[in-house]
Ligand binder design. Structure first.
Ligand code: EPZ
Length: 432
């Protein structure tokens, strides 16, 4: 187990290269096993969630060749099992995309039931509803979801709520179903479009991804492809909030500014300067920001995955901010940690009231989940003095080389083993 040692209080500045989108890559990797031909995926983020899914994919018998840090070749011809057990689901929840992929390709799949997690209960009833509508018999037994069909048939599906996971999972299964599938009330996130584009590059016939309705004409089979994942909009947003919180000046390279609009708009509203270029964005901030009201919504609204990072920025704003979380029921766990850093935040149900303070105090804090962990690192970098962030394995699930990228922006941050007191002492000595 490792932790970050941080000496904060510097304005961070420079350029940062944004990695491929984790949440797009998870869907794309699952889709890659749906052909018996070779698929090459580029711009893959090198994060532990992706590596865990690749292990799950190899676990069912697909050939997985990591060509380099950001490129993988997958060949699903040798798949020998359609069972994904609890070990994989426990390590990476998105292994459940293999349910849609295997069901679509082999008409059967068994995947361990994913439990709740640190941000909420996370049911998957809409995924199951979609598979059933396509003609699969779905039975949950001994914590395994078993789905089976003689032949999947296209259907008209109306999702009860907008779900990223259900949209991707149903889209996977439906692209090899017989006939036409219409999925209504779908998610519109950039990663939905990316997964659909990838499937189309393999010969699928999917239209409407990025709108409320996806139309799929089933095809007989999919073929090999080479595809590059889109940049990670949440990693980008995290560095944008970092620039705002440390009163820095950061240029993000390899981004799609359109995907960042909700984050950009909120930062501009509170007084941050954001300059958009073709595939880069420069974010700078020289004064205390203003307070704001933030409501998380499905895309193109303000993303829930940016809620903790934006709360950190608003915790040192001038005035009282309101953060309303509308996607997950339990995504304010990090507030207790921010209070250790001097923040004054009250949570009532799904709303946090943030009384902006002049600054953060340095403190020892623990990451409760991926995005909240990144938010606490931002707070520690903004605090003038020595902080520690533990449980960083959550952060490494979704941020590639986070400490390295931060150091390149001028941050004093080091990753050490939690028990390595000597390294911690050495770091403290080096920064005084
Ligand atoms: C995806 O999760 C992301 N994960 C999450 O990012 C992100 O927070 C979320 O979408 C919302 O944008 C991946 O893409 C791997 P949902 P997902 O299905 O697909 C309810 C991160 O930090 N719901 O859109 O699991 C659900 O409880 C992670 O990278 C049902 O009730 O989210 C939630 O309230 C964390 N029944 C809402 O819908 C269902 O069958 C949205 O969930 C499915 C979902």
């Amino acid at each position: 187990m490792e932790k970050y040692l941080i000496q904060g209080g510097k304005a961070l500045a420079g350029e940062v290269h944004i990695s491929g989108a984790k949440n797009a890559a998870l869907g794309i990797l699952a889709a890659a096993i749906m052909t018996d031909e070779e698929v090459t995926i580029e711009n893959l983020p090198d994060v532990s969630d992706i590596n865990a899914l690749l292990e799950a994919i190899a676990g069912v018998g697909a050939k997985v060749d990591r060509i380099d840090k950001h490129t993988v070749k997958i060949n699903g011809a040798g798949i020998i099992s359609t069972v994904v057990d609890y070990d994989y689901i426990q390590r990476i929840r998105a292994s459940y995309y293999l349910l849609g992929a295997l069901l679509g390709k082999y008409n059967r799949a068994s995947v361990a039931m994913p439990g709740g997690c640190k941000i909420g209960s996370r049911p998957i009833d809409q995924h199951i509803k979609g598979f059933k509508a396509l003609g699969a018999k779905v039975v949950t037994e001994n914590s395994m979801i078993n789905a089976e069909a003689t032949k999947l048939k296209g259907s008209h599906i109306f999702l009860d709520m907008v779900s990223v996971g259900a949209t991707i999972n149903i889209m996977l299964a439906a692209c090899l179903a017989e006939g036409k599938t219409i999925i209504e009330n779908v998610a519109k996130e950039p990663h939905i479009v990316d997964v659909a584009n990838f499937l189309n590059s393999m010969g699928a016939n999917i239209k409407g991804a990025g709108t409320d309705v996806i139309r799929i004409n089933g095809v007989e089979k999919l073929h090999g492809s080479t595809y590059s994942c889109i940049p990670d909009q949440i990693e980008a947003g995290t560095f944008m909030c970092l620039a705002a919180a440390t009163k820095g000046d950061i240029t993000l390279k390899n981004v799609i500014p359109k995907h960042l609009e909700a984050i950009t708009a909120k930062l501009v509203e509170i007084g941050v300067d954001v300059m958009e270029m073709d595939d880069s964005v420069r974010v700078s901030c020289s004064k205390r920001v203003n307070s704001a009201i933030v409501k998380t919504r499905v895309y193109p609204g303000f993303p829930t995955d940016m809620q903790p990072q934006m709360t950190v920025v608003l915790a040192i704003a001038d005035g009282i901010s309101t953060i309303n979380e509308n996607i997950w029921e339990d995504r304010f766990k990090y507030v207790a940690e921010l209070r250790k850093m001097g923040s004054v935040i009250t949570v009532e149900g799904s709303t946090a009231f943030v009384e902006g303070q002049e600054a953060f105090y340095p403190a020892k804090v623990e990451a409760p989940d991926l995005r909240a962990g990144a938010a606490l690192v931002i707070a520690a970098l903004a605090a003038d003095g020595y902080s520690e962030v533990t449980s960083i394995e959550y952060i490494e699930r979704g941020y590639e080389d986070f400490d390295l990228k931060l150091r390149n922006l001028g941050a004093s941050i080091e990753k050490v083993d939690v028990s390595d007191e000597k390294a911690a002492q050495k770091f403290r000595m080096s920064v005084v």
